[in-house]
Design a protein around this ligand. Sequence first.
Ligand SMILES: *Cc1c(COP(=O)(O)O)cnc(C)c1O
Length: 481
Amino acid sequence: MTKIQSFKYHIEKLDKHYLWHPFTQMKEWMEANPLIITEGRGSFLKDITGKWYIDGVSSIWVSVHGHRKKEINDAIKEQVDRISHSTLLGLTHPPAAILAEKLIKLIQISEGTQLRRWEAKKPSVSQPLNFSTSQLPELSRVFYSDNGSTAVEIGLKMAFQYWQHKRIKGKKTFLSLTNAYHGDTIGAVSVGGIDLFHNIFSPLLFKTYKAPSPYCYRCELGKEYPSCKLLCLQEMEKIMRKHHKEIAALIIEPIVQGAAGMIVAPSGYLKGVRRLCSKYNILMIADEVATGFGRTGKMFACEHEDISPDILCLAKGITGGYLPLAATIASEKIYNAFLGELRDLKTFFHGHTYTGNQLACAAAIANIELFKKEKTLNKMQGKINFLKKEMDKIKGLHHIGDIRQKGFMVGIELVKNKKTKEPYPLEDKMGWEVCCKAREKGLIIRPLGNVVVLMPPLSISYQELKSLVRITAEALMKVTE
Ligand SMILES: *Cc1c(COP(=O)(O)O)cnc(C)c1O
């Protein structure tokens, strides 16, 4: 046995003896040959034997400028030589404060363009707008935590407490969507809508209202876009009309419902949701944990429809895929409702030990600066179109029911029967089989059920994109033949 082989064997033994992996049936894991990653560079990952793979899902949707990016590495090294962590409870520090300003400016720049466009486009009579520019919330306060689920929990608790302070006591529940995914903690699961993950926990969850998912390929309402005239929005309005006195906030993944299989909402849907929230006095929480930081081709997905939420949740891409960090960003209106004397008990009693960790904030600052320096979003536009053209080439394959893409979020939905849209049974693990084949050919991807997901780092090259699609197509054909 070579030195490398024995090291591989050693790690595998430790893993199988001591680890419990997320979202993993460990019985299967114990029988499988684990891939052990030891290195990364750009869009690639290297395993312990020295083989390189394209990181086709950005290490679960986080990598932005690629692995081992000099500027982010340097920022972390510089910070580590000063201090790695101090608390935000009763103290502050430069990376947290500087990053907060950067985040707010990043949002305001996007909002600025929104507002100008908004004003240029006077509301037409046929589509009455129930709110004006001045009523669009201005996000202004950053509350840190360390992952997407906590960013969501914080958003929910803020929204709830906001109405209590406003003495509108009945607003105690939430409206969310079927097929929604907002994380794995209990509050986030309560507003989730993926039965496969969430059903078992139902006795633990608080009650929420559920509006239909804008899943056009399998419309819950049996309609077709655009002749449906967004009936799903009308269904949402029915719920709001009836229950707005109980609903503190609506939570939504703007434009793309990620974990449900990259479900892309039809044009006009998100704006309609914003309009309904304003009309019924319901706070809007945008969970941009997956879509934020350029993933959809704009810095934030809300920009596609010129809207801003009352609360914005960010995580995954915030540190460029380096360190756990999240931010829940609230409007000044919400923030102000929490101000008062100590005895008023208006304080937001919430905080995590590693809130605003210095290393993570330093990485996030470097990540944001890189967007400007490398014109990441600009360069991405051509690559998005290129990827779309490449995807169009494989659309005709027998078992591809639907291909959905927004920016660098792609879902390829496999079906047993294209005509009837009959899905493959879960036990067939078709998505997983495709990903296994792809791995043999040097591509790491991870499916969501029958949906094969492509989510490359924003920095991926045209050449690498081409390989990504070629290997995916080869694996698809091999498995579905
Ligand atoms: C991943 C994800 C979360 C949960 O984030 P974690 O960091 O895994 O807790 C929440 N919302 C959305 C939309 C996500 O994609």
